[in-house]
Design a protein around this ligand. Structure first.
Ligand code: TXA
Ligand code: MG
Length: 340
């Protein structure tokens, strides 16, 4: 029956992996699916290959890249040391949506870390990404495969819309399951700090490390943490159409104030009079996250005056759910402008 069957993770045949590896070895770029979003892969040991990633994404040189690894052994090629805390997190969450920042090895090209002392490592939980990493046999940088500042790609066609096929080979693994980017946690300087909220919560991290969530949260999201992750300073994940976030009871007034049409993304029933259009978002945070970037891209393509997002309220069942809503709200805040 339509709609009720989950989309299976599609795979590619070996010749495609072989072609991808040949491209990477030649310093080229290969986009690959992960459980979060599609990544733009390049040989993390080649400064020239990584420079191409920055150029094609138009990414500021100060914004470091996450290094994707097949396992801990490959991570050890880029980090200076592997503390017990890193092992606990890898045991609990790898392969999975957690990027761990540690001191870098000197051999890591400066361009990968934006010249900084830390390097982020992550083992993605996607069979195609893992096959690619294994076949390549080394670490790959993997920023989200979108132009800098735009919405991350959760389908192969999103990547194809941003880059020329001559520049980027795209491995199609179907839609990404999680839909928002990995949690970024720093273990540098003896602190545990979440620099980017994501599918793995501060509670999850505290539990895996046997420390209180207060200890994790204390170092997170503050000014120094923001500076430690330069990518988080930018307005990010934004569609081209101006987008705003409203409370449910503000919606009518905002729609009435517009001259043109709006697309309203709402997880609750709301009254959206013509000519505006309502896009129903799922009420569960997992499904909301999985569908968010596609919905933003589709809304953007309609060429309306405004994208209006009804703020997901915190009427939530469990700690795990509220943590995922927090990560979703982080992305929504970055995608939207504040109304005057
Ligand atoms: O889920 C993900 O993490 C996806 C998939 C493809 O793996 N990748 C991703 O990469 O979202 P990107 O480059 O779009 O976002 C990486 C974030 C940026 O905010 C960046 O500033 C931060 O991680 N970051 C990376 N390396 C860092 C480092 N060494 N120190 C501080 N922040 C770092
Ligand atoms: Mg990105």
């Amino acid at each position: 029956m339509m709609g009720s069957v989950p989309t299976p993770i599609r795979d590619v045949d070996d010749p495609q992996i072989a072609e991808a590896v040949a491209r990477l070895r030649a310093g080229g770029l290969v986009a690959f699916p992960t459980e979060t979003v599609y990544g733009l892969g390049a040989d993390a040991t080649s400064a020239a290959a990584v420079a191409q990633v920055f150029a094609i994404k138009q990414r500021p040189a100060t914004n470091p890249l996450i290094v994707h690894v097949e396992n801990v052994t490959t991570a050890l090629r880029v980090v200076a040391a592997w503390p017990n805390e890193a092992q606990h997190l890898a045991d609990a969450f790898w392969p999975g949506p957690l990027s761990i920042i540690l001191d870098r090895r000197a051999e890591v090209p400066d361009i990968v870390t934006g010249g900084g002392p830390g390097v982020a490592v992550r083992c993605p939980n996607h069979p195609l990404a893992l096959r690619l990493l294994r076949a390549f046999g080394g670490p790959l940088v993997g920023p989200s495969a979108n132009l800098s500042g735009q919405v991350s790609p959760t389908r192969a066609e999103h990547v194809r819309q941003s880059f020329d096929a001559r520049d980027v080979l795209v491995l199609d693994g179907g839609p990404c399951r999680a839909g928002i980017e990995s949690t970024v946690v720093s273990l540098r300087e003896g602190q545990v700090r979440v620099l980017r909220p994501g599918p793995i919560s501060e509670e999850d991290i505290g539990a895996a490390l046997g420390v209180s969530v207060a200890r994790v949260a204390a170092g997170s999201h503050d000014a120094s943490a923001t500076l430690a992750s330069p990518g988080l300073l930018d307005r990010h994940y934004a569609p081209r159409t101006p987008a705003c976030m409203v409370e449910q009871d503000e919606l009518g007034g905002v729609l009435a104030s517009l001259r043109g049409r709006a697309v309203v993304l709402s997880h609750v029933e709301v009254n959206v009079p013509a000519p505006h259009v309502r896009v129903a978002m799922p009420a569960s945070p997992r499904e909301y996250a999985a569908g968010l970037y596609s919905a933003l891209r589709d809304a953007d393509a309609l060429g309306v005056e405004r994208i209006v997002i009804v703020r997901p309220a915190a009427q939530v069942a469990s700690v795990g759910e509220s943590a995922l809503w927090r990560a979703i709200l982080d992305r929504l805040t970055r995608a939207t402008i504040s109304l005057p």
